[in-house]
Design a protein around this ligand. Structure first.
Ligand code: C2E
Ligand code: CA
Ligand code: CA
Length: 777
């Protein structure tokens, strides 16, 4: 069986080849040998001149010594030169590779014949016993010819060896035989040695030339491999030389630039390539800037990158890297898709995934942009009312759909609006409006839009909205300040019941600043524990005796502007500090009341947060115990508004207080909602009728009747009824006629400090006796 790859197995090197290589240097493959042969073409002109000169000289010598042998050798030499000239001429002309071995053969033959002729002439001249002078000249010329022919140029070791033999052997023989001994022998040996040296020089020169050819061949092969690799690379790229001339550029790169082909014989420079690229025609400005920038970096041999925008808006990243040792690799990459993806991602992180509206980040960017431009516009913050209930009642799926619906309604309320969802149920709108009135009109329109009921299957959902408006640049030139202004307006709007709208005014800022200031002061006073307590006596209307005192928190006398008790309590409630306030008041009040003569009881106020605290009852009992008071001497005043939000939890606390023997009083009855039903449900044993029910009773019979009805209600429920805020003798008389048991108010005593309390008690009793006409006890 014939294996097809047998052909690829190199032929074994014969012993002769091994010797030949050792003697004459490594042979050349046919391709390189052909090139080597072609190189002799360049010796055509020197040989054309030297040939006839040498021939004429040889003939002249032969004639002068009268030797036919010399003449015959001159003819041989002449024919040899003829072959050499023919070979050189052929090598110059465009002949096919297959003709080259013939040329090489003719050249070698010519060289050998020329040398043999020369050697023959020397032999003939010496044999003819011509004058010594002529003999010497002929020998010198022959030696020079041998040296010139073998040492340089188109020398080949084999040819050189043949030449050396043809010239030096006959010459050596002739010299030894003809010239006197021992000079003849010495000169003959010298000529032989010279011949050997010439061959060795020829061998070395041949080796150098073949190595050069091999090296060139290797780099050519390398280049072909690189070309193929670059051409088939997925990456668009070009390789440039030191002067930025294109050495290789692949199809992908050319396609990207819209170039058909480049002139490989006279390749353009890279800047020329870009300058002429049809696909870059539109972006000339950016291209020139890039090239100018690139030129600088090229000079410094620094890697550089650039971005080129193609006519069809594709974006090309260009990267040029210096190659160590010279030249550049330049890579082009279509990064359009990547850039689009990044842009999309950017958009994504600027968008609320639920409503599709711009999110807070995008909104701030837009706001800053408009403020930076100095635009006049309105910022409307829209806060949804009752959205939590939508989630609670209809579930989050419906909640999400409602939120999406509202986002859509806001965005489409007017195509010129910029609508964003900031957080949770808060939206922001930027609108270019003529004035505040237009902004307010838009605000009302947005409230109506939000307020429209939406249907999701069976379920109908409706939410309200509050709007805060700030105008730019009037209300703020920075995003933060404008947002704060709108926020304050929104806050004020939300304080109004129902759907409402408010525009920012400087007073809102003042209020908020002083609120923040007050908050800090309350924190400080509570942390320092310096809260004071005032006491206001309550007088039993039948005996005129003080039976209890109400403890009221007071701002300490620290020289600063005092904060009202209402304000103090509101801030403490809002900031979760109410427990601290309660403990401070309770501890002082229990000690103060314990120090009073008799068994006057202590009434303290509790907020809804106190009632929700599980620790309150225990803490109060501890305070009483510390002061040495029994639980029966304590009553806790609660307000209806407190009970409205979390009646269940409050009732548990109140029940525990009652169980411990403490009293519970409903404060401010008649001032608020006054639910009779709640009054019946709660474990209370006293009712404080609000002073507001007393106002106007002096000259208004209906008002007085209402007061009496309220008092009667408490009595019918078996509660201790207290009239608070009693300011005059008339009111006191009305209270008595309404069968109220206890009275409290300025008519008897204002709230006083602990130090003044004993005196205030005496005065209140005296006042009561005087007003009610009671006798002193
Ligand atoms: P309140 O419990 O209804 O207290 C009665 C308020 O009316 C007190 O105001 C008192 O000074 C005032 N007052 C007393 N007699 C008269 C009068 O004849 N005419 C008029 N016009 N006013 C009278 P104050 O001390 O400013 O307290 C305001 C509110 O602050 C209290 O209303 C109470 O709800 C709350 N508060 C006071 N101290 C505390 C406390 O320690 N804890 C809690 N949770 N709330 C407190
Ligand atoms: Ca009270
Ligand atoms: Ca009250």
């Amino acid at each position: 069986m014939n294996l097809s790859f047998d052909n690829n197995v190199p032929e074994p090197i014969t012993a002769w080849q091994k010797w030949r290589d050792r003697l004459f240097g490594p042979g050349l493959p046919p391709v390189l040998m052909g090139e080597f042969t072609r190189a002799i073409g360049s010796y055509y002109s020197p040989f054309l001149v030297a040939g006839p000169v040498a021939a004429a000289l040889a003939i002249a010598v032969a004639v002068s010594v009268g030797s036919t042998l010399a003449l015959a050798f001159a003819a041989v030499a002449l024919v040899g030169f003829g072959f050499i000239l023919l070979a050189c001429r052929e090598a110059l002309s465009p002949i096919g590779d297959d003709a080259l071995p013939g040329v090489e053969a003719r050249y070698a033959l010519g060289c050998i014949m020329g040398s043999a002729g020369l050697g023959g002439i020397v032999l003939a001249v010496l044999a003819a016993e011509s004058p010594m002078m002529l003999q010497t000249v002929v020998v010198m010329v022959a030696l020079a010819a041998l040296g010139v022919a073998n040492g340089t140029g188109p020398g080949r070791p084999q040819v050189a060896a043949a030449q050396a033999i043809c010239i030096s052997v006959p010459m050596t023989l002739a010299i030894i035989v003809q010239w006197p001994w021992p000079w003849g022998l010495a000169a003959g040996i010298g000529v032989l040695v010279y011949g050997i040296i010439c061959v060795s020089v020829a061998r070395r020169s041949f080796t150098t030339q073949t190595e050069l050819l091999h090296a060139r061949e290797r780099s050519r092969a390398e280049r072909v491999r690189m070309d193929v690799a670059v051409a088939h690379l997925n990456q668009a790229m070009a390789i440039l030389d030191e002067a930025l001339r294109v050495v290789v550029v692949n199809r992908r790169a050319l396609d990207l630039l819209g170039i058909e082909a480049i002139d490989t014989a006279n390749p353009p420079s890279f800047p020329e390539l870009l300058a002429g690229a049809p696909n870059l025609a539109r972006s000339s400005g950016n291209r020139e800037e890039f090239l100018a920038h690139a030129a600088m970096l090229v000079a410094a041999r620094q890697q550089f990158n650039g971005v080129l925008r193609l006519n069809d808006d594709r974006v090309i990243d260009l990267e040029c890297l210096p190659i160590p040792g010279g030249g550049w690799v330049s890579m082009l990459r279509d990064s359009t898709g990547e850039r689009n993806a990044i842009a999309e991602l950017n958009r994504e992180i600027r968008r609320c995934p639920l409503t599709g509206l711009p999110n807070r980040r995008a909104f701030i960017e837009e706001l800053e942009k408009r403020l930076g431009r100095g635009d006049e516009f309105a910022l409307l913050l829209v806060d949804l009312d009752g959205f939590k209930q939508v989630n609670d009642r209809h579930g989050h799926a419906v909640g999400d759909r409602m939120m999406t619906r509202i986002g859509f309604r806001l965005r489409t309320a007017d195509p010129a609006l910029f609508a964003a969802r900031l957080v949770g149920d808060e939206f922001a709108i930027l609108a270019e409006v003529a004035d505040v009135q237009a902004a307010e009109a838009l605000g009302h329109r947005l409230i109506d839009t939000v307020d429209t009921p939406a249907r999701f299957g069976e379920e109908e959902v409706q939410v309200g909205a509050a709007v805060g408006i700030a105008m730019a640049p009037g209300d703020g030139v920075l995003a933060e300040s404008l947002l704060r202004a709108a926020d304050l307006a929104l806050l004020a709007a939300k304080l109004r019941p129902g759907n409402s709208l408010r525009r920012f005014t400087p007073e809102l800022l003042q209020q908020s600043t002083s609120a923040a200031n007050n908050e800090a002061r309350v924190r400080m006073v509570l942390r320092a524990g310096t809260i004071d307590v005032a006491y206001q006596p309550m007088v039993d209307i039948t005996t005129g005796r003080v039976v209890s005192v109400e403890a009221l928190a007071r701002w300490p006398d620290d020289g600063s502007e005092p904060l009202s008790a209402d304000c103090l309590v509101a801030i403490a409630e809002a900031r979760g500090l109410v427990g601290r306030l309660r403990r401070l008041v309770m501890a002082q009040a229990a000690a103060t009341v314990a120090a009073l003569p008799g068994d006057i009881s202590l009434w303290v106020n509790a907020s809804v947060l106190d009632l929700r605290s599980e620790a309150m009852v225990d803490e109060m009992m501890d305070a009483l115990q510390t002061a040495g008071l029994s639980p029966g001497r304590l009553a806790v005043e609660i307000t209806e508004t407190a009970l409205m939000t979390d009646e269940g939890a409050c009732r548990t606390t109140l029940q525990r207080l009652c169980d411990m023997g403490a009293g519970v009083a409903m404060d401010d009855f008649g001032a608020g909602f006054s639910s009779l039903d709640r009054l019946r449900r709660l474990p209370i044993n006293a009712l404080k009728i609000s002073g507001s029910l007393l106002t106007g009773t002096a000259d208004n019979a209906v008002a007085a009747d209402i007061f009496r009805v309220a008092a009667g209600l408490g009595q019918s429920m078996g509660l201790v009824v207290v009239a608070e805020g009693v300011e005059s003798a008339e009111e006191l008389a009305l209270a008595r006629s309404a069968n109220i048991q206890r009275v409290q108010g300025f008519a008897l005593s204002p709230p006083v400090s602990a130090a003044l309390l004993p005196l205030s008690i005496l005065r209140a009793e005296a006042n009561a006796r005087a007003a009610l006409g009671l006798a002193a006890a």
